[in-house]
Design a protein around this ligand. Structure first.
Ligand SMILES: Cc1ncc(COP(=O)(O)O)c(C=O)c1O
Length: 472
Protein backbone atom coordinates (compact mmCIF):
# COMPACT_ATOMS: atom_id res chain seq x y z
CA UNK A 1 0.00 0.00 0.00
CA UNK A 2 1.42 3.33 -1.03
CA UNK A 3 1.48 5.63 1.98
CA UNK A 4 0.92 8.86 0.02
CA UNK A 5 -2.38 7.51 -1.15
CA UNK A 6 -3.14 5.80 2.13
CA UNK A 7 -5.46 8.49 3.45
CA UNK A 8 -7.93 8.02 0.67
CA UNK A 9 -7.15 4.55 -0.49
CA UNK A 10 -8.17 1.40 1.17
CA UNK A 11 -5.85 0.87 4.07
CA UNK A 12 -8.02 -0.69 6.70
CA UNK A 13 -6.99 -0.98 10.28
CA UNK A 14 -5.53 -4.38 10.99
CA UNK A 15 -8.08 -7.12 10.86
CA UNK A 16 -10.97 -4.76 10.39
CA UNK A 17 -12.51 -6.55 7.44
CA UNK A 18 -12.65 -9.74 9.45
CA UNK A 19 -14.08 -7.79 12.41
CA UNK A 20 -16.71 -6.34 10.11
CA UNK A 21 -17.70 -9.82 9.05
CA UNK A 22 -17.74 -11.31 12.54
CA UNK A 23 -19.66 -8.35 13.99
CA UNK A 24 -22.32 -8.42 11.35
CA UNK A 25 -22.46 -12.09 10.60
CA UNK A 26 -21.76 -13.96 13.83
CA UNK A 27 -25.21 -15.43 13.43
CA UNK A 28 -24.61 -16.69 9.92
CA UNK A 29 -21.34 -18.57 9.52
CA UNK A 30 -22.32 -19.69 6.05
CA UNK A 31 -22.49 -16.15 4.67
CA UNK A 32 -19.53 -15.12 6.83
CA UNK A 33 -17.38 -17.81 5.19
CA UNK A 34 -18.42 -16.63 1.75
CA UNK A 35 -17.42 -13.07 2.63
CA UNK A 36 -14.12 -14.31 4.01
CA UNK A 37 -13.55 -16.18 0.76
CA UNK A 38 -14.23 -13.04 -1.24
CA UNK A 39 -11.85 -10.98 0.90
CA UNK A 40 -9.24 -13.66 0.28
CA UNK A 41 -9.92 -13.67 -3.45
CA UNK A 42 -9.57 -9.91 -3.69
CA UNK A 43 -6.35 -9.92 -1.65
CA UNK A 44 -4.58 -12.75 -3.44
CA UNK A 45 -5.44 -12.26 -7.10
CA UNK A 46 -4.62 -9.35 -9.42
CA UNK A 47 -7.70 -7.24 -10.21
CA UNK A 48 -7.64 -5.92 -13.77
CA UNK A 49 -11.35 -5.55 -14.44
CA UNK A 50 -11.62 -2.00 -15.74
CA UNK A 51 -14.91 -1.27 -14.00
CA UNK A 52 -13.79 -2.31 -10.53
CA UNK A 53 -11.87 -0.72 -7.69
CA UNK A 54 -11.11 -1.19 -3.98
CA UNK A 55 -13.18 1.23 -1.90
CA UNK A 56 -12.08 2.77 1.37
CA UNK A 57 -13.16 1.45 4.73
CA UNK A 58 -15.27 4.59 5.14
CA UNK A 59 -17.19 3.87 1.94
CA UNK A 60 -17.83 0.30 3.03
CA UNK A 61 -18.83 1.32 6.53
CA UNK A 62 -21.34 3.88 5.26
CA UNK A 63 -22.89 1.42 2.86
CA UNK A 64 -23.22 -1.13 5.67
CA UNK A 65 -24.88 1.40 7.99
CA UNK A 66 -28.31 1.70 9.68
CA UNK A 67 -29.50 3.83 6.78
CA UNK A 68 -30.34 0.53 5.08
CA UNK A 69 -33.37 0.49 7.40
CA UNK A 70 -34.86 3.74 6.14
CA UNK A 71 -37.54 4.23 3.53
CA UNK A 72 -37.17 7.63 1.89
CA UNK A 73 -39.27 7.72 -1.29
CA UNK A 74 -39.12 11.22 -2.70
CA UNK A 75 -36.39 13.83 -2.31
CA UNK A 76 -35.01 15.84 0.64
CA UNK A 77 -37.81 18.01 2.03
CA UNK A 78 -40.42 16.12 -0.03
CA UNK A 79 -40.65 12.56 1.25
CA UNK A 80 -43.61 10.22 1.35
CA UNK A 81 -42.60 8.74 4.73
CA UNK A 82 -41.84 10.25 8.13
CA UNK A 83 -38.57 10.11 10.00
CA UNK A 84 -36.42 11.36 7.17
CA UNK A 85 -34.70 14.32 8.83
CA UNK A 86 -31.34 12.51 8.83
CA UNK A 87 -31.82 10.87 5.43
CA UNK A 88 -32.56 14.33 4.02
CA UNK A 89 -29.28 15.65 5.38
CA UNK A 90 -27.38 12.65 4.06
CA UNK A 91 -28.84 12.99 0.57
CA UNK A 92 -28.40 16.76 0.54
CA UNK A 93 -24.76 16.29 1.49
CA UNK A 94 -24.25 13.72 -1.27
CA UNK A 95 -26.00 15.94 -3.84
CA UNK A 96 -24.04 19.04 -2.93
CA UNK A 97 -20.72 17.18 -2.83
CA UNK A 98 -21.41 15.64 -6.26
CA UNK A 99 -22.42 18.99 -7.73
CA UNK A 100 -19.38 20.74 -6.32
CA UNK A 101 -16.95 17.94 -7.29
CA UNK A 102 -18.02 18.14 -10.93
CA UNK A 103 -19.10 21.80 -11.07
CA UNK A 104 -22.68 20.81 -11.92
CA UNK A 105 -25.85 22.82 -11.36
CA UNK A 106 -27.86 19.80 -10.21
CA UNK A 107 -27.09 16.28 -9.02
CA UNK A 108 -29.37 13.29 -8.51
CA UNK A 109 -27.62 10.63 -6.43
CA UNK A 110 -30.48 8.11 -6.27
CA UNK A 111 -29.89 5.87 -9.33
CA UNK A 112 -29.17 2.39 -8.03
CA UNK A 113 -26.57 1.86 -10.77
CA UNK A 114 -25.33 3.16 -14.10
CA UNK A 115 -28.02 1.41 -16.15
CA UNK A 116 -30.98 3.06 -14.37
CA UNK A 117 -29.12 6.40 -14.48
CA UNK A 118 -28.96 6.12 -18.27
CA UNK A 119 -32.57 5.06 -18.57
CA UNK A 120 -33.67 7.97 -16.35
CA UNK A 121 -31.62 10.38 -18.48
CA UNK A 122 -33.35 9.10 -21.63
CA UNK A 123 -36.73 9.45 -19.92
CA UNK A 124 -35.88 13.05 -19.01
CA UNK A 125 -34.66 13.99 -22.48
CA UNK A 126 -36.67 12.07 -25.11
CA UNK A 127 -39.93 10.22 -25.73
CA UNK A 128 -40.39 6.49 -26.48
CA UNK A 129 -39.84 5.91 -30.18
CA UNK A 130 -37.48 8.88 -30.55
CA UNK A 131 -34.15 8.42 -32.29
CA UNK A 132 -30.93 8.26 -30.25
CA UNK A 133 -27.46 8.22 -31.81
CA UNK A 134 -24.95 6.29 -29.67
CA UNK A 135 -21.79 4.19 -29.87
CA UNK A 136 -21.95 0.68 -31.33
CA UNK A 137 -21.90 -1.99 -28.69
CA UNK A 138 -19.29 -4.09 -30.48
CA UNK A 139 -17.00 -1.06 -30.74
CA UNK A 140 -17.12 0.08 -27.12
CA UNK A 141 -20.69 1.18 -26.37
CA UNK A 142 -22.74 -0.10 -23.43
CA UNK A 143 -25.84 -2.31 -23.40
CA UNK A 144 -27.89 0.70 -22.30
CA UNK A 145 -26.83 2.48 -25.49
CA UNK A 146 -29.43 0.63 -27.47
CA UNK A 147 -28.80 -3.10 -27.32
CA UNK A 148 -31.85 -4.96 -28.62
CA UNK A 149 -31.82 -7.04 -25.42
CA UNK A 150 -31.94 -3.91 -23.22
CA UNK A 151 -35.11 -1.98 -22.44
CA UNK A 152 -33.33 1.00 -24.00
CA UNK A 153 -33.18 -0.74 -27.38
CA UNK A 154 -36.81 -1.79 -27.10
CA UNK A 155 -38.03 1.70 -26.15
CA UNK A 156 -36.10 4.03 -28.44
CA UNK A 157 -34.87 3.87 -32.02
CA UNK A 158 -31.10 3.68 -31.77
CA UNK A 159 -28.70 4.48 -34.59
CA UNK A 160 -25.05 3.59 -33.98
CA UNK A 161 -21.73 5.22 -34.80
CA UNK A 162 -18.40 3.49 -34.31
CA UNK A 163 -14.66 3.90 -34.60
CA UNK A 164 -12.41 4.54 -37.59
CA UNK A 165 -10.62 1.55 -39.15
CA UNK A 166 -7.45 0.23 -37.48
CA UNK A 167 -4.19 1.64 -38.80
CA UNK A 168 -0.71 0.19 -38.61
CA UNK A 169 0.63 3.25 -36.78
CA UNK A 170 -2.05 3.07 -34.07
CA UNK A 171 -3.80 6.26 -35.13
CA UNK A 172 -7.04 4.45 -36.07
CA UNK A 173 -9.84 2.99 -33.95
CA UNK A 174 -10.84 6.45 -32.73
CA UNK A 175 -14.48 7.58 -32.44
CA UNK A 176 -15.45 8.48 -36.00
CA UNK A 177 -16.74 12.02 -35.61
CA UNK A 178 -17.31 12.36 -39.36
CA UNK A 179 -19.65 9.39 -39.12
CA UNK A 180 -21.36 10.89 -36.06
CA UNK A 181 -21.96 14.11 -38.04
CA UNK A 182 -23.16 12.30 -41.17
CA UNK A 183 -25.54 10.09 -39.21
CA UNK A 184 -26.81 13.04 -37.20
CA UNK A 185 -27.58 15.00 -40.39
CA UNK A 186 -29.26 12.02 -42.00
CA UNK A 187 -31.16 10.52 -39.05
CA UNK A 188 -32.00 13.74 -37.18
CA UNK A 189 -31.81 12.13 -33.71
CA UNK A 190 -33.50 13.77 -30.74
CA UNK A 191 -30.51 12.75 -28.58
CA UNK A 192 -26.80 12.07 -29.14
CA UNK A 193 -24.96 9.97 -26.56
CA UNK A 194 -21.21 9.96 -26.00
CA UNK A 195 -19.50 7.59 -23.59
CA UNK A 196 -18.24 4.05 -23.72
CA UNK A 197 -17.50 0.94 -21.76
CA UNK A 198 -14.48 -0.26 -23.74
CA UNK A 199 -12.66 2.65 -25.38
CA UNK A 200 -9.18 3.67 -24.35
CA UNK A 201 -8.90 7.22 -25.65
CA UNK A 202 -10.09 10.60 -24.35
CA UNK A 203 -13.59 11.54 -25.47
CA UNK A 204 -13.80 15.26 -26.17
CA UNK A 205 -17.40 16.33 -25.51
CA UNK A 206 -17.14 19.56 -27.54
CA UNK A 207 -17.46 18.15 -31.09
CA UNK A 208 -20.47 16.10 -29.96
CA UNK A 209 -22.09 19.28 -28.62
CA UNK A 210 -21.45 21.07 -31.91
CA UNK A 211 -23.00 18.24 -33.90
CA UNK A 212 -25.99 18.06 -31.52
CA UNK A 213 -26.52 21.81 -31.85
CA UNK A 214 -26.32 21.62 -35.63
CA UNK A 215 -29.15 19.09 -35.83
CA UNK A 216 -31.16 20.32 -32.86
CA UNK A 217 -30.49 17.25 -30.71
CA UNK A 218 -29.91 16.99 -26.98
CA UNK A 219 -26.53 15.70 -25.84
CA UNK A 220 -25.91 13.21 -23.03
CA UNK A 221 -22.49 12.05 -21.85
CA UNK A 222 -22.22 8.68 -20.11
CA UNK A 223 -19.12 9.07 -17.93
CA UNK A 224 -19.52 5.72 -16.15
CA UNK A 225 -15.88 4.78 -16.70
CA UNK A 226 -13.88 8.03 -16.62
CA UNK A 227 -15.88 9.75 -13.80
CA UNK A 228 -12.91 9.60 -11.43
CA UNK A 229 -10.52 10.86 -14.11
CA UNK A 230 -12.90 13.73 -14.89
CA UNK A 231 -13.32 14.58 -11.19
CA UNK A 232 -9.54 14.73 -10.86
CA UNK A 233 -9.13 16.96 -13.91
CA UNK A 234 -7.33 14.22 -15.86
CA UNK A 235 -9.96 14.13 -18.62
CA UNK A 236 -11.97 17.01 -20.13
CA UNK A 237 -15.22 17.52 -18.25
CA UNK A 238 -18.49 17.07 -20.12
CA UNK A 239 -20.29 19.01 -17.36
CA UNK A 240 -21.54 22.29 -18.79
CA UNK A 241 -21.08 20.89 -22.31
CA UNK A 242 -23.59 18.03 -22.28
CA UNK A 243 -27.20 18.57 -21.21
CA UNK A 244 -26.96 15.61 -18.88
CA UNK A 245 -24.00 13.59 -17.58
CA UNK A 246 -24.55 10.14 -16.09
CA UNK A 247 -21.91 8.15 -14.26
CA UNK A 248 -21.28 5.19 -12.00
CA UNK A 249 -19.71 5.72 -8.61
CA UNK A 250 -17.83 2.42 -8.38
CA UNK A 251 -15.30 2.47 -11.20
CA UNK A 252 -12.52 5.08 -11.40
CA UNK A 253 -14.42 7.20 -8.88
CA UNK A 254 -13.78 4.47 -6.26
CA UNK A 255 -17.08 4.72 -4.43
CA UNK A 256 -19.87 2.27 -3.65
CA UNK A 257 -21.72 0.39 -6.39
CA UNK A 258 -24.18 2.94 -7.75
CA UNK A 259 -25.08 5.62 -10.28
CA UNK A 260 -25.67 9.37 -10.38
CA UNK A 261 -26.87 12.04 -12.78
CA UNK A 262 -25.63 15.62 -13.26
CA UNK A 263 -27.81 18.11 -15.08
CA UNK A 264 -28.30 21.76 -15.89
CA UNK A 265 -30.72 23.48 -13.51
CA UNK A 266 -33.45 23.67 -16.16
CA UNK A 267 -33.42 19.87 -16.46
CA UNK A 268 -33.33 19.14 -12.72
CA UNK A 269 -37.05 18.62 -12.35
CA UNK A 270 -37.28 16.29 -15.36
CA UNK A 271 -34.29 14.24 -14.16
CA UNK A 272 -35.62 13.92 -10.62
CA UNK A 273 -39.09 12.91 -11.85
CA UNK A 274 -37.56 10.33 -14.18
CA UNK A 275 -35.59 8.67 -11.36
CA UNK A 276 -38.48 8.81 -8.87
CA UNK A 277 -41.32 8.08 -9.39
CA UNK A 278 -40.51 7.38 -13.04
CA UNK A 279 -38.15 4.47 -12.61
CA UNK A 280 -37.28 3.62 -9.03
CA UNK A 281 -38.97 3.33 -5.65
CA UNK A 282 -37.19 4.05 -2.38
CA UNK A 283 -33.59 5.25 -2.69
CA UNK A 284 -30.74 3.33 -1.05
CA UNK A 285 -29.83 5.96 1.55
CA UNK A 286 -27.01 3.82 2.96
CA UNK A 287 -25.42 3.73 -0.50
CA UNK A 288 -26.11 7.44 -0.90
CA UNK A 289 -24.17 8.01 2.36
CA UNK A 290 -21.32 5.98 0.89
CA UNK A 291 -21.52 8.05 -2.31
CA UNK A 292 -21.16 11.18 -0.15
CA UNK A 293 -18.03 9.69 1.39
CA UNK A 294 -16.62 8.85 -2.04
CA UNK A 295 -17.35 12.33 -3.42
CA UNK A 296 -15.56 13.77 -0.39
CA UNK A 297 -12.56 11.50 -0.97
CA UNK A 298 -12.45 12.36 -4.68
CA UNK A 299 -12.25 16.07 -3.83
CA UNK A 300 -9.01 15.59 -1.86
CA UNK A 301 -5.68 16.47 -3.47
CA UNK A 302 -4.50 12.84 -3.05
CA UNK A 303 -7.22 11.73 -5.43
CA UNK A 304 -5.65 13.80 -8.20
CA UNK A 305 -2.38 11.93 -7.63
CA UNK A 306 -4.30 8.68 -7.72
CA UNK A 307 -6.04 9.47 -11.02
CA UNK A 308 -2.78 10.56 -12.62
CA UNK A 309 -1.16 7.32 -11.50
CA UNK A 310 -4.08 5.24 -12.84
CA UNK A 311 -3.39 6.69 -16.29
CA UNK A 312 0.37 6.31 -15.98
CA UNK A 313 -0.08 2.69 -14.94
CA UNK A 314 -2.43 2.00 -17.85
CA UNK A 315 0.06 3.53 -20.29
CA UNK A 316 2.86 1.44 -18.75
CA UNK A 317 0.82 -1.77 -18.91
CA UNK A 318 -0.19 -1.13 -22.53
CA UNK A 319 3.41 -0.40 -23.54
CA UNK A 320 4.72 -3.49 -21.75
CA UNK A 321 2.06 -5.74 -23.33
CA UNK A 322 2.89 -4.30 -26.72
CA UNK A 323 6.56 -5.17 -26.09
CA UNK A 324 5.41 -8.72 -25.29
CA UNK A 325 3.78 -9.06 -28.71
CA UNK A 326 0.17 -8.02 -28.08
CA UNK A 327 -1.60 -5.44 -30.25
CA UNK A 328 -3.24 -2.69 -28.22
CA UNK A 329 -6.42 -1.40 -29.85
CA UNK A 330 -6.18 2.30 -30.82
CA UNK A 331 -2.42 2.10 -30.33
CA UNK A 332 -2.51 2.66 -26.57
CA UNK A 333 -4.53 4.35 -23.85
CA UNK A 334 -5.33 7.78 -22.44
CA UNK A 335 -7.45 6.49 -19.58
CA UNK A 336 -7.55 3.62 -17.10
CA UNK A 337 -8.19 0.82 -19.58
CA UNK A 338 -6.98 -0.84 -22.73
CA UNK A 339 -8.31 -3.37 -25.19
CA UNK A 340 -5.86 -6.10 -26.06
CA UNK A 341 -6.18 -7.74 -29.47
CA UNK A 342 -4.90 -11.28 -28.90
CA UNK A 343 -4.62 -12.28 -32.55
CA UNK A 344 -1.09 -10.97 -33.20
CA UNK A 345 0.15 -12.83 -30.14
CA UNK A 346 -1.61 -16.08 -31.01
CA UNK A 347 -4.20 -16.36 -33.77
CA UNK A 348 -5.83 -19.37 -32.09
CA UNK A 349 -6.22 -17.75 -28.69
CA UNK A 350 -9.73 -16.46 -27.95
CA UNK A 351 -10.67 -13.89 -25.32
CA UNK A 352 -12.67 -16.56 -23.51
CA UNK A 353 -9.75 -18.96 -23.21
CA UNK A 354 -7.43 -16.12 -22.22
CA UNK A 355 -9.81 -14.89 -19.51
CA UNK A 356 -10.38 -18.40 -18.13
CA UNK A 357 -6.69 -19.27 -18.09
CA UNK A 358 -5.68 -15.97 -16.49
CA UNK A 359 -8.38 -16.51 -13.87
CA UNK A 360 -6.88 -19.85 -12.97
CA UNK A 361 -3.49 -18.26 -12.54
CA UNK A 362 -4.96 -15.54 -10.29
CA UNK A 363 -5.25 -12.68 -12.80
CA UNK A 364 -8.81 -11.37 -13.05
CA UNK A 365 -10.00 -9.60 -16.19
CA UNK A 366 -12.72 -9.85 -18.80
CA UNK A 367 -12.87 -10.86 -22.42
CA UNK A 368 -14.09 -8.17 -24.77
CA UNK A 369 -14.82 -7.80 -28.42
CA UNK A 370 -12.38 -5.64 -30.31
CA UNK A 371 -13.58 -3.39 -33.16
CA UNK A 372 -14.69 -5.54 -36.12
CA UNK A 373 -14.11 -8.69 -34.09
CA UNK A 374 -14.64 -11.80 -36.22
CA UNK A 375 -15.58 -13.77 -33.10
CA UNK A 376 -18.93 -13.55 -31.27
CA UNK A 377 -19.33 -11.63 -27.98
CA UNK A 378 -19.19 -14.77 -25.81
CA UNK A 379 -15.87 -15.82 -27.36
CA UNK A 380 -14.13 -12.61 -28.61
CA UNK A 381 -10.59 -11.93 -29.80
CA UNK A 382 -9.78 -9.47 -27.04
CA UNK A 383 -9.31 -8.72 -23.40
CA UNK A 384 -10.18 -5.52 -21.56
CA UNK A 385 -7.73 -4.60 -18.81
CA UNK A 386 -7.89 -1.71 -16.35
CA UNK A 387 -5.60 -0.28 -13.70
CA UNK A 388 -7.98 1.54 -11.31
CA UNK A 389 -8.02 -1.19 -8.66
CA UNK A 390 -4.36 -2.20 -8.54
CA UNK A 391 -3.32 1.46 -8.53
CA UNK A 392 -5.38 1.83 -5.36
CA UNK A 393 -3.52 -1.17 -3.97
CA UNK A 394 -0.26 0.69 -4.61
CA UNK A 395 1.08 -0.81 -7.82
CA UNK A 396 3.17 1.48 -10.01
CA UNK A 397 4.90 1.31 -13.41
CA UNK A 398 7.44 -1.41 -12.44
CA UNK A 399 4.62 -3.69 -11.29
CA UNK A 400 2.78 -3.05 -14.55
CA UNK A 401 5.77 -4.45 -16.43
CA UNK A 402 5.70 -7.49 -14.12
CA UNK A 403 1.97 -7.96 -14.69
CA UNK A 404 2.43 -7.78 -18.47
CA UNK A 405 5.09 -10.45 -18.30
CA UNK A 406 2.89 -12.66 -16.11
CA UNK A 407 0.03 -12.29 -18.60
CA UNK A 408 2.30 -13.23 -21.45
CA UNK A 409 3.63 -16.29 -19.64
CA UNK A 410 0.13 -17.48 -18.66
CA UNK A 411 -1.14 -17.19 -22.21
CA UNK A 412 1.98 -18.66 -23.81
CA UNK A 413 2.17 -21.56 -21.33
CA UNK A 414 -1.57 -22.08 -21.08
CA UNK A 415 -1.31 -25.81 -21.64
CA UNK A 416 1.55 -26.29 -19.19
CA UNK A 417 -0.03 -26.86 -15.82
CA UNK A 418 3.23 -26.80 -13.87
CA UNK A 419 4.09 -23.42 -15.36
CA UNK A 420 0.67 -22.09 -14.38
CA UNK A 421 1.07 -23.37 -10.83
CA UNK A 422 4.38 -21.51 -10.58
CA UNK A 423 2.82 -18.32 -11.96
CA UNK A 424 -0.08 -18.57 -9.51
CA UNK A 425 2.49 -18.56 -6.72
CA UNK A 426 4.24 -15.49 -8.18
CA UNK A 427 0.88 -13.74 -8.42
CA UNK A 428 0.21 -14.49 -4.79
CA UNK A 429 3.58 -13.07 -3.79
CA UNK A 430 3.00 -9.89 -5.80
CA UNK A 431 -0.43 -9.47 -4.24
CA UNK A 432 1.01 -9.88 -0.75
CA UNK A 433 3.23 -6.87 -1.44
CA UNK A 434 0.25 -4.84 -2.73
CA UNK A 435 -2.53 -5.91 -0.42
CA UNK A 436 -5.60 -3.67 -0.60
CA UNK A 437 -6.78 -4.82 2.81
CA UNK A 438 -3.66 -5.65 4.80
CA UNK A 439 -4.11 -7.56 8.02
CA UNK A 440 -7.68 -8.54 7.36
CA UNK A 441 -7.21 -12.22 7.98
CA UNK A 442 -10.25 -14.32 8.75
CA UNK A 443 -11.32 -14.48 12.39
CA UNK A 444 -12.35 -17.57 14.35
CA UNK A 445 -15.14 -18.45 11.96
CA UNK A 446 -12.99 -17.95 8.91
CA UNK A 447 -11.94 -20.62 6.55
CA UNK A 448 -9.04 -22.76 7.57
CA UNK A 449 -6.12 -23.10 5.23
CA UNK A 450 -4.53 -20.49 3.06
CA UNK A 451 -7.75 -18.54 2.67
CA UNK A 452 -7.18 -17.65 -0.93
CA UNK A 453 -9.18 -19.05 -3.73
CA UNK A 454 -7.84 -21.72 -5.96
CA UNK A 455 -8.37 -21.92 -9.65
CA UNK A 456 -11.73 -21.46 -11.21
CA UNK A 457 -13.41 -24.81 -11.17
CA UNK A 458 -11.58 -26.14 -8.14
CA UNK A 459 -13.90 -27.64 -5.54
CA UNK A 460 -13.12 -25.20 -2.77
CA UNK A 461 -10.49 -22.91 -1.29
CA UNK A 462 -7.04 -24.05 -2.16
CA UNK A 463 -4.30 -23.46 -4.60
CA UNK A 464 -3.68 -24.47 -8.13
CA UNK A 465 -2.01 -27.85 -8.19
CA UNK A 466 -0.56 -29.86 -11.02
CA UNK A 467 -3.25 -31.90 -12.71
CA UNK A 468 -6.07 -29.53 -11.85
CA UNK A 469 -7.67 -29.93 -15.25
CA UNK A 470 -6.76 -26.64 -16.83
CA UNK A 471 -8.40 -25.57 -20.07
CA UNK A 472 -6.55 -26.63 -23.13
C1 LIG B 1 -20.57 3.24 -20.23
C2 LIG B 1 -21.38 2.52 -19.20
N1 LIG B 1 -22.62 2.95 -18.94
C3 LIG B 1 -23.39 2.33 -18.04
C4 LIG B 1 -22.94 1.25 -17.32
C5 LIG B 1 -23.88 0.54 -16.39
O1 LIG B 1 -23.49 0.57 -15.07
P1 LIG B 1 -24.09 -0.50 -14.02
O2 LIG B 1 -23.42 -1.78 -14.29
O3 LIG B 1 -23.75 0.13 -12.70
O4 LIG B 1 -25.57 -0.55 -14.25
C6 LIG B 1 -21.65 0.79 -17.53
C7 LIG B 1 -21.14 -0.38 -16.77
O5 LIG B 1 -20.14 -0.94 -17.00
C8 LIG B 1 -20.85 1.44 -18.50
O6 LIG B 1 -19.61 1.01 -18.79
Amino acid sequence: MNTTLGAVTTALSKGSLAAFASGVLASDPEVRRLLDDEVARQRTTIQLIASENFTSEAVMAASASVLTNKYAEGYPGKRYYGGNAVADRVEDLARSRAASLFGAEHANVQPHAGAPANLAAYMALVEPGDTILAMRLDQGGHLTHGSPVSVTGKTYRFVAYGVTPARQDGSGERIDLDLVRDLARRERPQLIVAGTTAYSRIIDPVPFREIADEVGARFMFDAAHPAGLIAAGEHPSPVGVADIVTFTTHKTLRGPRGGAILARADLARAVDAAVFPGLQGGPLEHVIAAKAVAFGEAALPEFKDYAKQVRANAAALAAALSDEGFRIVAGGTDNHLMLVDLRDFDADLTGKTAQDTLDRAGITCNRNQIPDDPRPPFVTSGLRLGTAAETTAGMREPEMATVALLIKRVLRDRENEDALVAIRQEVRELCAAFDPYPGSDPGPLGNPGPGDPGPLGASGPGDLRPGDGLPK
